[in-house]
Design a protein around this ligand. Structure first.
Ligand code: DAH
Length: 357
């Protein structure tokens, strides 16, 4: 057999071996076997010396042509293997897009927020707009302007968290914050004078919702922080009957028609006359429990006719104007409405409680 035939033989074997490769790894060793430095085709070039001189160029050209053809075939084969490998990984890692997704729990509003929104909606029906006053308040608005001077024994009704005026973050944004004493408002009533001073000489019908703070013992029926919704109506001929009608309408809408409300006479320095509003305790059905202090009734609001001194402090002449005011709790009325036996749950952030509403 001539060296030319040998060459063609090696070429054929190489082609057949290439066809037989099944993986990228097999392709690599095929390349070493035939086209590497010691590969079968590469070694053919060494035979050239054994040929007669005139045959050598033709042999050399043929070896080169075979090398090129095999390199091209190798590349084509490599592409086939890579495509197959990619298809295999894609198939193995496939996501079933038809599977149902995992549900995302959206959460819901806190019971306090729900109750506040009910209160807003009920008072909106009666024509009250929402007015917001600050949590960090001046002593004057919280007490003096509400007819509670420093010596007044009624100050004992509101145990106060005083704000340290040397703390740089506290006095910002409150006018007069530099010289006057600051506190965390003990009730929402200070907003009354703020609205009056802003709205004079317009008639007023607003609610003032907000957080209040008291330096007090926490018990099942009272927290040291709680919400109130204050109400204020100022006009030319406002009477006690308007106040009681408003409160009764509120109770009907908040609790439903079967619930009872009673009004007792009371005392607040900023109203004259003053009343307190109770609703029957649904927690014990009127038998008496620790929430209702064993009376069968729960206090839900203080109220009264705005004191002439307070009207005057707001800029409204008490000889021409009259008004009523009320201050509802938010958590306490919710206790009976939702049958919650302890006010501390509202601030406990226990999901087992919160999820029930
Ligand atoms: N501010 C009173 C308190 O927190 C509640 C109150 C009583 C508000 C009578 C009023 C009112 O507007 O007229 O105890």
């Amino acid at each position: 057999m001539s060296l030319f035939d040998d060459l063609e033989q090696v070429y054929q074997t190489a082609q057949a071996a290439l066809e037989a490769t099944e993986s990228v790894a097999a392709l690599e060793s095929w390349h070493a076997d035939y086209l590497g430095r010691k590969g079968a085709v590469t070694l053919q070039t060494r035979s050239v010396g054994q040929l007669p001189k005139e045959d050598r160029p033709a042999f050399g050209q043929r070896v080169n042509a075979i090398k090129q053809a095999l390199e091209a075939a190798h590349e084509a084969r490599a592409r086939v293997h890579k495509r197959a490998a990619l298809a295999a990984t894609l198939a193995a890692g496939a996501v079933d897009v038809t599977l149902p997704g995992r549900p995302v729990a959206p959460g819901h509003l806190h019971l306090t927020t729900q109750s506040l929104r009910q209160l807003y909606a009920i008072f909106a029906q009666m024509g009250f707009e929402v007015y917001e006053a600050p949590d960090v308040e001046l002593e004057a608005y919280n007490f003096d302007l509400l007819n509670i001077p420093a010596y007044h024994p009624a100050r004992d009704m509101w145990d106060t968290f005083w704000v340290d005026p040397s703390s740089p973050s506290t006095s910002e944004g409150i006018e007069g914050g530099d010289e006057a004493r600051l506190l965390l408002r003990t009730h929402t009533s200070p907003g009354q004078v703020r609205v009056m001073r802003e709205r004079y000489p317009e008639p007023i019908r607003v609610i003032l919702p907000g957080k209040c703070y008291r330096y007090e013992q926490i018990t099942a029926r009272s927290e040291h922080q709680f919400y109130q919704v204050e109400g204020l109506a100022v006009g030319r001929d406002i009477t006690m009957t308007d106040l009681i009608g408003t409160i009764k309408q509120f109770a009907r809408l908040f609790y439903g028609p079967e619930n009872d409300v009673r009004v007792r006479s009371s005392y607040f320095p900023f109203t004259e006359p003053s009343i307190e509003v109770d609703t029957n305790c649904t927690l014990c059905g009127g038998k008496g429990c620790r929430i209702c202090k064993y009376t069968g009734w729960i206090e839900i609001a203080g109220a009264g006719m705005v004191h002439p001194v307070v009207l005057d402090n707001g800029g409204y002449n008490p000889a021409e104007w009259s008004g009523f005011a009320f201050g509802f709790g938010v958590e306490r009325p919710s206790l009976t409405k939702y049958n919650v036996a302890d006010i501390r749950y509202f601030y406990g952030n226990d999901l087992r409680f919160l999820r029930q509403f």
